[in-house]
Structure formats: structure tokens, C-alpha cells
Design a protein around this ligand. Structure first.
Ligand SMILES: [Zn+2]
Ligand SMILES: [Zn+2]
Length: 433
């Protein structure tokens, strides 16, 4: 490879791999698996990593997590962890592609559910398999270690189970070697091939909330002889709209009830109504106050109807925060990969990504990668491209991602990894500039 930069070599490798990466992505898209059930997905990934001859392929971490370890051929003290999430969602697939999923999980708690990669984790998984391939080919040139982290249950496991990023840390996935940087990315409804970054909190802190309103079962014709939890649940739902007036309008917060579970019948007043929702705070410091106020609202509202309410907060996820020094260190790499004009500062989001568990501990960066038929308006916000498939948000049944952008994702992973191992992409380096 004399005369050519390692970056050119990585790019050539990614381009040569394009058809295979697309094929992997389509296979994964056709065979999605829900959080903590990613058995076949993990086996597919592990088989590929073993075929690459990595130094180690660790499997069965926090359920179906897989970590591939690639030790470079040159001396170096850094370790980069490249992370892809691998789970799918209980959402029907209306992406319109001929590789759309028809999968149904009949045994998942609360199901049966249609299953699809409505968050694009099929793309993340295929891109990281691609990056593992090109970096393994270039291993002789790598001054340090690369961890390929395929993480299950990013979307949250069933509430009776552990899982996700926090569980991977707890099971020692990063005990040896300890990463000096973690890199995560997510596909989004932005113009194809655009890298979005934000210094500070890019994604929100998140909590799953479960409110169980309990009354006393009775026949629908004699409600006074029991306690109906349904109107109490309705009043709690309506009251949540007032929580926004109790926290500063300058601190973005959302409290959403997305699912209500009732055990009654049209003429039976059931014992309980359960409200399932999510709490998001752009800044984690606001979470304690929102928790307290929501618990007060639920308890006192239920009491007004002679019912009781129990509020449980589950699955806490810290915000995704990019340190300014890390961003400054990463920008030259992003600009080399996609061109300076396609590296854009994005607005913060109240979405979450539990890769924050890794980045918080070890340092690193998180970016978004645009994969849809979009353009940017004069404010820098995405708008649909004329004649395109429109803008469809993650988790929507119609969410889609462009196949041709996968190679960009492979290149991004590979360049970030190499640049970190050489020390070109490190926060101390940026401060020195
Ligand atoms: Zn998602
Ligand atoms: Zn996602």
C-alpha cells in the first residue's frame, strides 16, 4: 500500500464491500428481532466476525450482545469501541421496500407483535460488520485495539428483564481492554450522507414510567358499589398536560403516555388500569423534579376518585452528551469522510440512545447519519426532497433508509477508529490545537 494513505485503503475496502453490506442489511431487515430476543441477529454477526479472524469474538453478553476484538499490528495504547445497536421494534413494516419485514413475535410479553427495523438498527449492524471487515484487512497498520460492540435491547427490554447498554457494562464487556473512546451513530431523516453533530446534550435523559391505578372491581351497572379506576386514569392523563406549566418553559421536558392497559370489559369495571409512558428531560438535572411532580399528580388525582396510584420509574438512560473537545477533535475526520458541506450542526432532540452509558464512562462521540430523501432549508432543518419518499421519523411504520448510504457509515466507523488509534482524534489533541 505504498504511496497511498491508510484512509484511501479503508475507503477502497468499503467501496468494494458495498454490495455485501447492502445484502447484510436487507437480510437483517427481513429478519428483525425484538429487544433481548436478538438470537439469530447475534449469531449472524458472530459468524461473520469469526470468519474475519478477529482475535476474540465474545458472545452472550447481557443476553445477545457480541463484542469482537481486533488487536492491531502496530504498537499503540488506545482502544476504540465502535457500537451498533441490533434490536428491532414492535411496529409493522410499511417502508415500501421489497425486503420489508413480515415477522411477528407471538411470544413476546404483551404481544403478539409485528416486528420491524423501524429505527434503522439493521443499517447500524450492517455498517459495523462492514467496518469490521475493512479494519480487519488493514490490521497490520492499526496502532491499538478496536472493539466492535453489537449491543442488544437499545429500545428497552421487557420491564421484567435486564438488558441494553447498562447491562453490557455490568457484565464486564469493557473490562479488558478498557476503551479510550466510544463511537456511536444513528440513522436519521436528514439528507443522505449528512453527518449531524451537536456539542452538549444531543439526546435527552429518559425514564420509562408505569402508573398503576387500582380501584375495586364491580359490575358496570352498579359503579357505586365498587371503585372505578378508569376516570382516575383519564384525569391523570389530562393532568399530565399541566406538568409543563410547573417546570420552566426553558427546560425542555416531555411526559408521554403511549399505552394504556385495562383489565375490564364493556360491562365490567376492572380492578386496575395501567398507564405506560416515557419521561424525557433535555438536561438530566430536571428529572428529579418531574418525577416528584408526576408521582404527586398521580397519587392525589387517584385519591380524588377513591382509587390509588402507584408510580414506578424504570429503565433510566442518561443523556447523550458530546464534550466540546471531543467534537472539535472529531470534526476533521467527519469532514474528510463526507465533505465539509455535509457536516452540519443539528438541533437537540428529546429522543434517547443508551450508548450514553458507554460514552459517559469512557468518553467519545455520537453523531447522526442522514439516510432519507431530504434537503436542508435555509435554517438548516431537513425538508422533503421533491419527488422523494418524504421525511419519515424513526419508530414510524413507514421509516426507511437508503441503501447507498451504508458505505458512508462503514467509512465513518473506519476513519474514526483509525484516527483515534493514531491519536489524531482525541480530546487532548484538540485542546492543543
Ligand atoms: Zn429507536
Ligand atoms: Zn434507534
Amino acid at each position: 500500500m505504498s504511496g497511498r494513505s491508510i484512509h484511501d485503503v479503508l475507503d477502497d475496502g468499503a467501496l468494494r464491500l458495498a454490495d455485501r453490506v447492502i445484502a447484510w442489511r436487507r437480510h437483517l431487515h427481513r429478519h428483525p428481532e425484538l429487544s433481548n430476543r436478538e438470537e439469530k441477529t447475534a449469531a449472524f454477526v458472530a459468524e461473520h466476525l469469526r470468519a474475519l479472524g478477529l482475535d476474540e469474538v465474545r458472545t452472550g453478553i447481557a443476553g445477545h450482545g457480541v463484542v469482537g476484538v481486533l488487536r492491531g499490528g502496530r504498537p499503540g495504547s488506545r482502544t476504540i469501541a465502535l457500537r451498533a445497536d441490533i434490536d428491532a421494534l414492535p411496529v409493522p413494516d410499511r417502508c415500501g421496500a421489497d425486503f420489508a419485514s413480515e415477522a411477528v413475535d407471538t411470544t413476546y410479553p404483551g404481544g403478539p407483535f409485528p416486528v420491524s427495523h423501524a429505527c434503522g438498527h439493521d443499517c447500524h449492524t450492517a455498517m459495523l460488520m462492514g467496518a469490521a471487515t475493512v479494519l480487519a484487512e488493514a490490521r497490520a497498520e492499526l496502532p491499538g485495539t478496536v472493539l466492535f460492540v453489537f449491543q442488544p435491547a437499545e429500545e428497552g427490554p421487557p420491564v421484567t428483564e435486564e438488558g441494553g447498554a447498562r447491562a453490557m457494562v455490568a457484565e464486564g464487556a469493557f473490562a479488558e481492554p478498557v476503551p479510550t473512546m466510544v463511537f456511536g451513530m444513528h440513522v436519521t431523516p436528514y439528507p443522505k450522507g449528512h453527518v449531524g453533530y451537536l456539542s452538549g446534550n444531543q439526546y435527552a435523559a429518559s425514564l420509562l414510567v408505569r402508573i398503576t391505578v387500582t380501584g375495586r372491581q364491580v359490575h358496570g351497572s352498579t359503579p357505586w358499589q365498587g371503585i372505578d379506576p378508569m376516570p382516575a386514569a383519564g384525569a391523570i392523563l389530562t393532568g399530565i398536560g399541566q406538568l409543563y406549566r410547573q417546570v420552566s418553559a426553558f427546560d425542555p421536558v416531555t411526559v408521554t403516555i403511549g399505552h394504556i392497559e385495562d383489565v375490564g370489559r364493556f360491562n365490567i369495571i376492572g380492578e386496575t388500569v395501567t398507564l405506560w409512558g416515557t419521561v424525557r428531560c433535555a438536561d438530566e438535572s430536571g428529572m428529579a423534579e418531574v418525577r416528584r411532580r408526576l408521582a404527586t399528580l398521580a397519587g392525589h388525582t387517584a385519591a380524588a376518585y377513591q382509587a390509588t396510584a402507584r408510580v414506578d420509574y424504570l429503565q433510566p438512560v442518561p443523556p447523550v452528551r458530546n464534550g466540546a473537545a471531543w467534537v472539535a477533535a472529531g470534526l476533521p475526520t467527519f469532514r474528510r469522510v463526507v465533505g465539509a458541506e455535509r457536516v452540519v450542526e443539528t438541533v437537540p432532540s428529546l429522543g434517547y440512545d443508551d450508548v450514553s452509558e458507554f460514552i459517559d464512562r469512557f468518553g467519545g462521540l455520537y453523531v447522526t447519519l442522514g439516510v432519507q430523501d431530504a434537503a436542508l432549508d435555509e435554517r438548516g432543518l431537513p425538508v422533503p426532497l421533491a419527488g422523494g419518499r418524504g421525511l419519515v421519523t424513526n419508530h414510524h411504520p413507514g421509516f426507511y433508509a437508503d441503501d447507498d448510504t451504508l458505505v458512508t457509515g462503514v467509512r465513518l466507523h473506519a476513519h474514526v477508529a483509525y484516527d483515534h488509534l493514531t491519536g489524531a482524534l482525541a480530546p487532548d489533541r484538540a485542546e492543543a490545537r
